[in-house]
Design a protein around this ligand. Sequence first.
Ligand SMILES: Cc1cc2nc3c(=O)[nH]c(=O)nc-3n(C[C@H](O)[C@H](O)[C@H](O)COP(=O)(O)OP(=O)(O)OC[C@H]3O[C@@H](n4cnc5c(N)ncnc54)[C@H](O)[C@@H]3O)c2cc1C
Length: 393
Amino acid sequence: MTAMIRNLLAAATSALFLILTLECHLTASAFVSPTHHAKSTPQSWPSIVSRLRMEVIEADVAIIGGGPAGCTCALYTSRADLSTVILDKNPASGALAITSHIANYPGVDRSMSGAELLEQMRIQAVQYGTRYERAQVFMIDVSEEETGDNVYTKCVYTPDFTVKARSLVLATGAMGRVGNPIPGEKEFLGQGVSYCATCDGAFYRDSEVAVYGASTEAIEEALFLTKFASTVYWITPVDISRETASGLERNKILDQDLLEQLLSCKNVQHMEKTRLLEVVGDMSGVSGVRIKRFSNDDEEVLPVEGAFIYGAGAGSKPITDFCQSKVDLDDNGGVIVDADMKTSRDGVYAIGDIRNTDYKQVVVAASDGCIAAMSIEKFLNNRKMVKVDWIHK
Ligand SMILES: Cc1cc2nc3c(=O)[nH]c(=O)nc-3n(C[C@H](O)[C@H](O)[C@H](O)COP(=O)(O)OP(=O)(O)OC[C@H]3O[C@@H](n4cnc5c(N)ncnc54)[C@H](O)[C@@H]3O)c2cc1C
């Protein structure tokens, strides 16, 4: 797909969002059912927008993000008899999903991949009654004033349907990049610049792409891109290997297996000790990256259509764009929560990497999910105390 078509698609999607959002506000309140179970309500709007008709799903708990945080929360809320729906953009694109091996999650085999562990978490939640929907959330409403409803005070919008819920959990993780942007990076973000190969890699079938960064994350992402791109230029500002008396010595900080795997791919060109100076392009998106090798003063432009950037701070920007300032964030963009995982808005919780703490680990995300679920149960059932989950019927 060319960059031009990609951008046209993005513009068409924005226009659709506007129409769908309008229709959602009109129809959602008209079709609210008094029941509190995750169920679908068919619409019948007698106009041209009926062709864009949207389902409205009602639930006690709506969870945005199907990573370890979201799946654990869903497992607990479903077991507590709260109708629960997970809205997940892509089960293959979260931080756990792209982790090759997960050696430090208690009780699982060290050879298990992140994707396998996540699938087991998702299956377990679904087995307890969670409804899992693949959908990208683009907007939320979080109060009765916004939704016009005193039961379903939270509204979650996706291009295909709307969810009305009594409580809302934000669990979209952190995948963006913080730190000083490279010239052209912000300008072409979403138009060839990406921080997520797993999300966008398939757009670059038979194209040339650049991956910038000397981290294990960059290696994993570059490896993913080798399945699609004709050439992957892996650009690292540092030495990955150096000649010693005993032979070639690889950088020990990086995952050695993955490093060897990437370097052995025929469509990978590794450019060591090279700096990415600028992402260049035009109206139709990225057309190249300007680089400079440390060994000489010459600059050159690699003719790539995609630039995947994993410099310092990559993977640490919480995904909160769909929140539109409706919950309070800290200075680093993390959602602020109290000890119960509750945000600045009643009935809205935030768990996992979206909180942007220093402890971005699967076990921590799962723990956050459990705490949020137990406090949601207390909140929705007006309890004074948290109800424990280890009393089995
Ligand atoms: C390369 C790498 C290796 C790692 N290795 C380890 C390790 O070995 N051990 C360890 O404990 N931790 C590891 N981590 C950290 C760990 O993966 C994360 O801390 C954990 O996955 C966070 O869970 P989460 O549920 O908050 O977010 P994620 O796992 O990122 O899941 C977020 C989910 O939200 C979805 N989403 C995003 N935006 C939207 C939207 N708008 N609408 C709907 N859905 C959306 C995504 O598709 C995704 O499914 C690693 C991370 C990376 C990047």
